[in-house]
Structures are given as structure tokens and as C-alpha cells.
Design a protein around this ligand. Structure first.
Ligand SMILES: C[S@@+](CC[C@H](N)C(=O)[O-])C[C@H]1O[C@@H](n2cnc3c(N)ncnc32)[C@H](O)[C@@H]1O
Ligand code: SF4
Length: 441
């Protein structure tokens, strides 16, 4: 089957499966009371991962799909930093002892848009309330154009070990159309300043499917990304959802590549990173240098899928701090109020800010483990009660091998791995596209 036919058949709108059940299925019946009980019931010595969300940026990129906003001045940032500390204390009090943190991730938005002293103080508050395990990864997302020297110093004081730099695309015409000017040189300088303070692990984010991109232009960006010497590169398909993100309606839709062009761009980037860069492809959209922890984890079949995408973090519990942050508990998922005003009101009143979630059933957890293995390893043993003839069309199209017990996604099937995973999603009406998700490829 040729690319056009495959895309016509499978480019429906499917979730990215950063959780299962996925966030649109969270319900308000799981609120702060349930979350408080779940925190109190955490098993002794369980490994915990912490996610801190900062929904602020110094600039608003037109393509951005993240929960963020531009705020002017320090006052709202300082106020928000104070709320993060309060929430950390509320969570630690509910847990009732010092939990063991094996992984900390600062995401956004742009976490370094908080004042330097706030970042340092929050980092210290985390260490005062939790036992940060020796060797814990402390990762942070960074906009390379917005990293003043005082933030670099703060990152060193916070003990950051890994930084993710947003690149997206280096071609000026693309950058103009997406409202994100960023030169190669300033990106390289940012990477160097992080290395200078001992942050040895660098990730880069690239996007294909942006206005004016061509196969040749994305290959150029991929080569420049290789020259930056990162350990991991994430390659996302542009999710154009202007009905959810109003600013995306300023993206010139007539300059957006169509599905076939997107598919070709994805493949072209992949070839540069794998053949020229020697990177190993991991899951749906990540590339890692051989020997990097993510490459090793993918080879060992221990990679995990979390709200940040792929991770080597094996902690079974994720505590989300900040507006919109999602947590994973043994009993299910919880999400904080997405807007800062509602989040602030809850925390100021001394309550957790949970507004929705879902208590997972045993059936959910079984499906989640199958979906996670498919998304991470591109293969999974399918328990007898989940074996289904719905996989047969994928096998007939060469996207999977299926012997009735074990599914193995082929290289041709990799771009469609979300569609294969979706077969095991009991919440998704198969064949009934929903506008809540972006296109599959
Ligand atoms: C929180 S941002 C990264 C940190 C920092 N704010 C920056 O922009 O450099 C996380 C990443 O999400 C990706 N992203 C944002 N909006 C997207 C969209 N609409 N479609 C696909 N990827 C998107 C970008 O690659 C971006 O680097
Ligand atoms: S891409 Fe990054 S800097 Fe741009 S608006 Fe989104 S979160 Fe902010």
C-alpha cells in the first residue's frame, strides 16, 4: 500500500496516549478530597516523580499548544511561585512523611520565566519536604532565547541535570510564520552555557508540519540540531487545533503542508537523525544517541510513557504541582485546575487544586499496560481477553505482525503506532473521529 492510501486510512484523530484513560475522560467526581486520601495512602518508600508546571512565557509562539500565557512583570510570577511552594507543603502534609523523589521535571510554558530567586527557593522547598534520591534526574524545559545569566546560575543551584531546549525549526521563513525567531547561534550559546555549569544531558524539540516547511528545509534543521550535540531529539508533528488554541488561527493555514507532505517530512528528518547522526529511533517520536539512558531503556523494554512523552523514569507515582498539572497515583489520575485564578483560589484556601480525575479500574490498568508497551516498545503480548480481530487490517496493510497473541509494530507501522494502541482504548469509539485530538501523522 502506498503512503497516500495509508494516510487516507489511518490519519484519523487519535490520542497521544500519554495516559490511559486519556485526559478528556477525566471527570469532576475525583476532586481534592479523593486526591488527599490517595496521597495519604501512598505506599511507604514508593518512588515518586514530581512535575512542576509554570504556565508563563516571555513570548507567545503562534503554534504553541501548551497551557501557558504571556504575563508582564514579576508580580504575577512571584505570586505564582509562592503558590507552588504552598501546594508542595499541602501535598507533603497529606502524604504525612518525606516521600522519596527519583525524578523532578519542570515544564511549561517556560519554567525559567520565574525569577531566579523563586526558582532557587522552590528547589530548596522541594528538598526540605522530600528526600531527593542521589542520582535523581532534575530536568527542565528551556526557551533558548529567554535564559538570562541569573537563571543559568539558578539552574546550577537547583542541581538541574537535564535541559530540553525548544528549537522547532531554524528556517527564517518558517520562524516568521510561527512567530518564533531564534537563531542557531543563540541556541548554540544557550547549550554551551548549560554545559558550562555541568548540565551534561541535552534534549532538543523539533516540529514538522509547520507553515512553509519542506522536506529539504526540515532536513536542514535536523542537521543543525545534530551539530548542537544533543543526546536526545524529539520530533513532533505540528498539532493544529485552533478551536482549542485561538492564537493558532494566526498561523497561515494555506502554507501548512498537507498530510502526505507531513508524512514525507517526518521520514526525511528521521533519515537524517538515524543515518547521518547515528541516533536510535525510540517509540513514536524520539531519537536518542546510542548509549544514552533513553536508548538503553528502549532496548531493555523499560521505557515509560508519561505526560512529558517518553521517559526513563520508572517511578509508579507522579505528583503534579501547578495549574493544569496531572498526577498519576496507584488509584488513578488527578488534574489541577487549568487556569491560574482557580488554581490560586484553591491553594490560598488551603485546599488541593484538583478539579477532575479518574479512578482506574483493573480493566483500565490492563489496557494501560498494553497501550504503554505498544507506544514504548512497539510490541506487546496481548492478554487473552483483549485479543481482537480489529488488528487484522493493520496486519493486512503491513503495519504490524500479529500471530493472535503478540503484536509487533513494523517499521512501516511506526508512524501509526497510536492507531494500533487505539485498538485497545475502550473509551474511544473506533472509526468515530473526535476533534479533540490532532491528526495522527
Ligand atoms: C513547553 S514547550 C518547550 C519549552 C519552551 N517554552 C520553548 O518553547 O522552547 C514544549 C514543546 O512542545 C512542542 N509543542 C508546542 N506546541 C506544539 C504544537 N502545537 N504541536 C506540536 N508540538 C508542539 C514544542 O516542540 C515545544 O518545544
Ligand atoms: S512554545 Fe514554549 S515559549 Fe513558545 S509559547 Fe509555547 S511554551 Fe511558550
Amino acid at each position: 500500500m502506498n503512503d497516500a492510501d495509508l494516510i487516507a486510512r489511518y490519519d484519523g484523530r487519535v490520542p497521544r496516549y500519554t495516559s490511559y484513560p486519556t485526559a478528556p475522560h477525566f471527570k469532576p467526581d475525583v476532586g481534592s478530597a479523593a486526591y488527599g486520601d490517595w496521597l495519604a495512602a501512598l505506599p511507604e518508600d514508593v518512588a515518586v516523580s514530581l512535575y512542576v508546571h509554570v504556565p508563563f512565557c516571555d513570548r507567545l509562539c503562534l503554534y504553541c499548544g501548551c497551557n501557558t500565557a504571556v504575563v508582564r512583570g514579576d508580580a504575577p510570577r512571584r505570586a505564582y511561585a509562592g503558590l507552588l511552594e504552598q501546594e508542595l507543603r499541602l501535598v507533603a502534609t497529606r502524604i504525612g512523611r518525606r516521600a522519596r523523589l527519583t525524578h523532578i521535571h519542570w515544564g511549561g510554558g517556560t519554567p525559567t520565566s520565574l525569577p531566579a530567586d523563586c526558582l532557587v527557593r522552590i528547589g530548596a522547598t522541594i528538598r526540605s519536604l522530600f528526600d531527593v534520591a542521589p542520582g535523581a534526574e532534575i530536568a527542565i524545559e528551556i526557551d533558548p532565547t529567554e535564559l538570562p545569566i541569573d537563571r543559568v546560575t539558578a539552574l546550577a543551584q537547583m542541581g538541574v541535570t537535564r535541559a530540553s531546549l525548544g528549537v522547532q525549526d531554524f528556517a527564517p521563513a518558517v520562524q516568521r510564520a510561527i512567530g518564533r525567531m531564534q537563531s542557531y547561534d543563540e541556541t548554540a550559546q544557550c547549550a554551551q552555557s548549560l554545559r558550562d555549569i555541568g548540565i551534561g544531558s541535552l534534549n532538543l524539540d523539533l516540529i514538522y508540519g509547520l507553515p512553509h516547511q519542506t522536506e529539504a528545509s526540515v532536513c536542514g534543521t535536523a542537521r543543525q540540531a545534530l551539530a548542537l550535540g544533543a543526546d536526545r531529539i524529539a520530533v513532533f508533528g505540528y498539532a493544529h487545533v485552533p478551536w482549542m488554541k485561538r492564537h493558532q488561527s494566526l498561523i497561515p493555514e494555506s502554507a501548512l503542508p498537507g498530510p502526505l507532505a507531513r508524512f514525507a517530512q517526518r521520514r526525511a528528518i528521521s533519515e537524517v537523525l538515524e543515518r547521518e547522526g547515528g541516533f536510535m529511533v525510540v517509540g513514536l517520536d524520539h531519537y536518542a544517541r546510542p548509549g544514552d539512558a533513553m536508548a538503553l531503556s528502549a532496548e531493555a523494554g523499560t521505557l515509560q510513557r508519561s505526560f512529558q512523552g517518553y521517559t526513563t523514569d520508572a517511578a509508579p507515582v507522579l505528583i503534579g504541582i501547578g495549574a493544569s498539572a496531572i498526577g498519576t497515583m496507584p488509584q488513578g489520575y488527578v488534574q489541577n485546575a487549568p487556569g491560574v485564578p482557580a488554581y490560586a483560589a484553591a491553594i490560598k484556601s488551603g485546599s488541593l487544586a484538583t478539579i477532575r480525575g479518574i479512578a482506574t479500574t483493573e480493566g483500565d490498568r490492563l489496557r494501560r499496560s498494553v497501550i504503554e508497551r505498544i507506544m514504548c516498545d512497539l510490541q506487546a503480548d496481548i492478554p487473552a481477553n483483549l485479543r481482537t480481530s480489529a488488528l487484522e487490517p493493520f496486519a493486512a496493510d503491513g503495519l504490524i505482525r500479529w500471530d493472535g497473541k503478540r503484536v509487533v509494530v513494523t517499521e512501516a507501522g511506526r508512524p501509526f503506532v497510536r492507531n494500533v494502541a487505539a485498538v485497545f482504548d475502550a473509551y474511544l469509539t473506533q472509526g468515530n473521529a473526535t476533534p479533540r485530538h490532532a491528526q495522527a501523522v
